[in-house]
Design a protein around this ligand. Structure first.
Ligand SMILES: [Zn+2]
Length: 399
């Protein structure tokens, strides 16, 4: 439910060495889908690592395996000028890969993970970690964060397919990056295997391999918590013009959402600080005016007037600067009272694609997941990417 923003150009680190995504075949289990690489930690001085059973350690980027003695229990991983230190041992390279022999044996700080984990140094010598695992297992760790596990199964299945489609799309477009998705709200929230829930896992299993496609291609199936009446078009936010994401879907089903209406009071000093930080200083803020509307009746642009001048900016950027949880959507009015900006708004999230509370409302009325997805992504179809792969192999037989 926290899928509130999207950054189309993920952070680039100085050396992208990771190979293109491959079908995952780790840990002795049958491959179910492509591997997804998730940024699970960044800007860390120290990462605590535990592996319950046996594991293979490899130095990155060479992938040379290293032997180490003793158990990996709560040991500190830190960066050194020439490499990376794991407990008392130093390895010379950009990082280490940890491949546990048994799935779910790996812990990083407080969280438990399936698959393998790379711990790497960034240019500032801080650490970041990338978890690589099968897409279906990844979804186990996503679904609970996006929708409550006790929601009706049809709503969970619709969410599972939207989340799988989004991840699948990201895998395809980030092959030259070091990771496909982040574990935070800027992609879809992922908490490792610590946060898996039985019903959420069942929804993933019941829809295994199924993704949304339009004209034969997987597309970024955005979703959000509550549209509060009508969905937004992707072109309003990211210049993406695709029929299933064109928005304007009238949704009365999310009236049951607790996020239908909200109010938020933000100190003007906070707004001034964010404007300064982003190079758009206007001095002391005197006035904030919506000056244009998007086709879905959200605020398009704002004029912010201060003692040092005025600036016009996109409401979607302003929302992210101030905080997606403070300004929950761009459907708002704003007035200044003393030293506060008082926002009165509707809905939560960017408003594009599937409305999660609307999906709940529809499932309570007996709509199945196909009907729900067709409603929020008009013109799309549900396909099994595993069958699509075998079809394309059949069309291009090996010489
Ligand atoms: Zn809705």
């Amino acid at each position: 439910m926290k899928f509130t923003s999207y950054s189309p150009s993920p952070l680039r680190y100085f050396l992208a060495f990771t190979a293109a995504a491959v079908f995952y075949s780790g840990l002795g289990e049958a491959a179910a889908g492509p591997a997804v690489r998730v940024l699970i930690s960044e800007n860390k001085k120290l990462i605590r690592l535990t592996v319950k059973g046996g594991c293979q350690l490899r130095v990155l980027p060479s992938l040379v395996s290293v032997k180490r003695s003793g158990k990996l229990t709560g040991i500190a991983v830190i960066s050194t000028p020439k490499g990376i230190q794991v407990g008392l041992e130093e390895f010379f390279g950009r990082g280490i890969r940890i491949e546990p022999k048994e799935d779910r044996d790996l812990y990083l700080d407080e969280s438990r993970f399936r698959g393998s984990v790379d711990i790497l140094k960034d240019p500032a010598n801080s650490l970041y970690a990338v978890n690589t695992l099968d897409i279906e297992k990844y979804l186990y760790g996503v679904l609970h964060h996006e929708v409550a596990p006790w929601w009706p199964m049809e709503a969970l299945k619709a969410q599972a397919i939207a989340a799988r489609t989004y991840a699948f799309y990201q895998i395809q477009v980030s092959k030259t990056q070091e990771y496909d998705v982040k574990s935070s709200t800027s992609s879809q929230v992922y908490g490792g295997s610590t946060t898996e829930r039985t019903r959420s896992k069942r929804a993933v299993d019941m829809t295994r391999g199924q993704v949304l496609s339009f004209e034969g291609k997987v597309f970024p199936a955005y979703f959000h918590a509550t549209c509060a009446g009508v969905t937004a078009g992707a072109q309003e936010l990211w210049k993406i013009d695709l029929a299933p994401l064109r928005g304007g879907v009238p949704c009365g089903y999310c009236r049951i959402s607790p996020h239908t209406e909200w109010q938020s009071k933000v100190p003007l000093a906070t707004i001034e600080e964010k404007m300064n930080k982003n190079g758009r200083s206007v001095g002391r803020v005197l006035k904030i005016e919506p000056i244009s509307q998007t086709p879905s009746a959200r605020v398009g642009s704002l004029r912010i007037t201060g003692t040092g001048g005025e600036t016009v900016m996109a409401a979607k950027d302003f929302r992210i600067w101030v905080g997606g949880n403070k300004i929950r959507s761009t459907r708002f009015t704003v007035m200044i009272q003393d030293d506060l900006a008082v926002f009165q708004g509707k809905g939560w999230g960017h408003g594009v694609g599937l409305c999660q509370w609307g999906a709940l409302g529809q499932s309570l009325l007996g709509h199945n997941f196909e009907k729900i997805l067709q409603f929020y992504y008009p013109g799309s179809e549900i396909v099994d990417h595993r069958l699509e792969n075998s079809k394309s192999e059949a069309r291009n037989p090996k010489q």
